[in-house]
Ligand binder design. Structure first.
Ligand code: PLP
Length: 399
């Protein structure tokens, strides 16, 4: 069968692949501890589900405006205004089928064949794939793992060319959980202004931060006067445990949002009508549930990091946000399992899953070879069980 050339470099998402295999093993009756999932383990709060039910009861089952119902757009604008301390209007925001779709639309609208998008590594796996689907070229710059995955502005500067159209910033970051400082974000926005490219600010984890000043550090908050070149990705998935609802938020100059709406109007039309009403209830709530969730995430984050560092050969930084840790396992890759040198993080995660029933995601597809990603959106009990198994597995390897 022949497929379009644009699909040639596109691979299935590594994160989904591990989760699928772990789920299959669990379905086959095996007691797998899964650190693979990129979604909260909490249920969507009941009041949000109730809002969807009542939308259905009230006949909200038809097409809505492509960019979302006006009340939801206004609620997104209000949330952005509060979060970024910059006034947003309805025309400057839209609803999409998840944050992933917001990014997809934006790359399709902004990237010409051969244009370059700078993506700091480690990165979320969909950025390079989406840039390639827009026939652009992903250009990777490395974050400094030894410094807590910080990004050096001069390293980014050196990667800028005449073809650069955007720089992706994701803080807190998937997969590392690292947060960039306000100073770095501001300096990168200044560079974008100087060299005329977009800042693509993926702030989907901005409410999941463990430092005192919460969501303060974002490119837009650091440089409000540069809002004309900052594109915002956000959504309901991670903040409200609504991953399956597929509701994302996009923000940016009205002209860009309008162009994305034109594309969306020809591709998917509106996100599911009644799901939009759930998202509206979520945005209009007092977010009280989030404080309780953050306490639990925080306790798990500390425990998981400590248990990982307790394993000889594993080094793990305490992340500042999201619900992932990204330990360095490079020393373990030199060891042997039943005579075979492990070699790669991919092989390590296969062996760990098959022989210790622990699912982690290899770091290489995230541009972080020698690492693996573990999500702590699982119970404390499972964290303890999974770490005990991982320690036994690693301690049993031959040197
Ligand atoms: C960094 C990052 N951005 C965006 C998304 C998109 O999330 P969704 O499409 O569920 O809103 C994800 C999901 O894993 C993510 O990790």
């Amino acid at each position: 069968m022949h497929f379009a050339d644009r699909m040639t470099p596109i691979k299935p998402s590594a994160t989904l692949a591990v989760t699928a295999k772990a789920k299959q093993m669990a379905a086959d009756g095996l007691d797998v501890v899964g650190f693979g999932a990129g979604e909260p383990d909490f249920d969507t709060p009941a009041f949000i589900v109730d809002a969807l039910r009542s939308a259905l009861d009230n006949g909200k089952t038809r097409y809505t405006p492509t960019a979302g119902v006006p009340a939801l757009r206004d609620a997104i604008a209000a949330m952005f205004t509060e979060l970024y301390k910059v006034p947003f209007e309805r025309a400057e925001v839209m609803t999409t089928v998840g944050g992933k779709h917001a990014l997809y639309n934006m790359f399709q609208v902004l990237v010409n064949p051969g244009d370059e998008v700078i993506i700091p590594a480690p990165y979320w796996v969909s950025y390079p794939a989406q840039v390639r689907l827009a026939q652009g070229t992903p250009v990777h710059v490395q974050c400094d793992a030894s410094e807590g995955f910080t990004l050096d502005v001069d390293v980014v500067r050196a990667a800028v060319t005449d073809r650069t159209v955007g720089l992706v910033l994701n803080s807190p970051c998937n997969p590392t959980g690292a947060c960039l400082s306000e100073e770095t974000l501001g300096a990168l926005a200044d560079l974008a202004e100087e060299r005329d490219f977009w800042i693509i600010s993926d702030d989907i984890y901005s409410f999941l931060r463990y430092d005192a000043d919460g969501a303060a550090a974002t490119a837009l908050r650091a440089r409000p006067h540069l809002r004309h070149r900052i594109f915002i990705v956000h959504g309901a998935s991670k903040t409200y445990a609504m991953t399956g609802w597929r509701i994302g938020f996009a923000g940016g100059p009205a002209e860009l949002i309008s162009k994305m709406g034109t594309l969306q109007g020809q591709a998917t039309s509106n996100p599911t009508a009644f799901a939009q009403y759930g998202a509206l209830a979520a945005l209009q709530s007092d977010h009280a549930f989030l404080g309780e969730w953050m306490k639990q995430y925080d306790a798990r984050r500390r425990r998981l990091t400590a248990l990982l560092n307790d394993i000889d050969g594993v080094e793990c930084l305490l992340p500042g946000g999201a619900f992932y840790v990204f330990p360095d396992i490079s020393k373990i890759l030199e060891r042997r399992f039943r005579g075979e040198v492990i070699g790669t993080d991919l092989r390590f995660s296969q062996l760990l899953l098959e022989h210790a029933l622990v699912a982690v995601v290899p770091g290489e597809p995230f541009g972080g070879a020698g690492h693996c990603r573990l999500s702590y959106a699982i119970s404390m009990q499972d964290i303890d069980k999974g770490m005990a198994r991982m320690k036994t597995f690693i301690d049993g390897l031959q040197r």
